[in-house]
Design a protein around this ligand. Structure first.
Ligand code: NAX
Length: 328
């Protein structure tokens, strides 16, 4: 007889949410015994569409789903929420440059950060999925100074899962036999999948694959450009896989990671690995079910470090851009 956990999803009428909401309501995110209450936030023009999704959620008759509210009011959407998944964002349109994109998203994530600080439950945990995810999380976090910084995260789990899938393909080992992999930095082409500590059935992955040239080149590129490959094949951007990664991220955060293994999440930096404080960067993490903990002290090859420096430089320039726009 657990009381329901309130979960807020923004961009509820969109593609990712159409996959995500059903997984949450089925109990795949918080566990098979935990009832959930959904709060769906949309912009006015899309509230009716989100209500359609809510009707289908009703019709799926999920035993764990204890209620759904649809709203365009952020204060109502985040009221008493413990898990906030921020999917809705402003997509890049023809003729928009990077500053326009960052500014448009700043106007979304600043107010949402404030609404979370003012209304959410004291234990709130936030996952930003909407792009540019790392910098949107930085903006939301800056607007909620009274909420502990480590409650704001951005999604790098899709990048992580894409790397796992490529390695499983290459080695023939199931994804569950590959451990200790992570992806550094920004959810962009500059991301750095790092296999230097990875194990396959407990053996160093580099030994098992025995092809450093592939790991350092084509593998890395295949992971970083997978989003574009999906768009080309499907004619639409990743949706169900992104939803699945969001489920994985929140589930591991709330229920804990596998003993001996780690995963990837983007967290506000506390300075580990020389990443400037506050930048929301992908790092290796474990969770004990309470909080994420950065796996510290991992060695980096010269090549990996050079690539980390580049992805961190990109995050720094995004931070400078939103700071210049007055969004921090
Ligand atoms: P859609 O365009 O299908 O849906 C987005 C929804 O957000 C729309 O219904 C829109 O009305 C809503 N929205 C816009 N502004 C809002 C606001 N202020 N409050 C509430 N809702 C708002 O996009 P979808 O395919 O679902 O993708 C959503 C976001 O995820 C995009 O920004 C996309 O770039 C990003 N992604 C992030 C990934 C990651 O790994 N971090 C991977 C997948 C995806 O590309």
């Amino acid at each position: 007889n657990t009381s329901p956990v309130r979960v807020t999803v923004t961009g509820a009428a969109g593609n990712i949410s159409y996959a995500l909401l059903f997984r949450i309501a089925a109990g795949e995110m918080l566990g098979p015994d935990v009832p959930v209450e959904l709060r769906l936030l949309e912009i006015e023009q899309a509230v009716a569409a989100a209500e359609g999704t809510a009707m289908e959620l009703d019709d799926a008759a999920f035993p764990l789903l204890r209620g759904i509210d649809v709203t365009a009011d952020a204060d109502a959407a985040f009221d008493g929420t413990s898990i906030a998944i921020l999917v809705g964002a402003m997509p890049r349109r023809e003729g928009m440059d990077r500053a326009d994109l960052l500014e448009a998203n700043g106007r979304i994530f600043g107010p949402q950060g404030r609404a979370i600080a003012a209304n959410a439950a004291p234990d709130v945990r936030v996952l930003v999925v909407g792009n540019p995810a790392n910098t949107n999380a930085l903006i939301a976090r800056a607007a909620a100074p009274d909420v502990p910084a480590d409650r704001f995260t951005a999604m790098m789990r899709l990048d992580h899962n894409r790397a796992l899938a490529r390695l499983a393909e290459r080695t023939g080992a199931g994804v569950d036999r590959i451990e200790r992999l992570h992806v550094w930095g920004n959810h962009s082409d500059s991301q750095v999948p790092d296999v230097d500590h990875a194990l396959v059935d407990g053996r160093p992955l580099r030994e098992v694959v025995a092809d450093d040239a592939w790991l350092d080149g084509p593998f890395r590129e295949a992971v970083a450009t997978r989003g574009a490959a999906i768009i080309k094949a499907r004619g639409a951007s990743s949706a169900a896989s992104a939803a699945s990664a969001a489920v994985d991220h929140v589930r591991d955060w709330v229920l804990g990671t596998r003993p001996g293994d780690w995963t990837t999440a983007a967290l506000p930096s506390t300075g580990a690995y020389g990443i400037p404080e506050g930048l929301v960067a992908g790092v290796p993490v474990t969770s004990d079910g309470g909080a994420w903990h950065v796996v510290e002290g991992l060695s980096r090859s010269a090549l990996v470090q050079e690539r980390i420096d580049a992805t961190v430089a990109e995050l720094t320039s995004e931070r400078e851009a939103v700071d210049t726009l007055g969004l921090l």
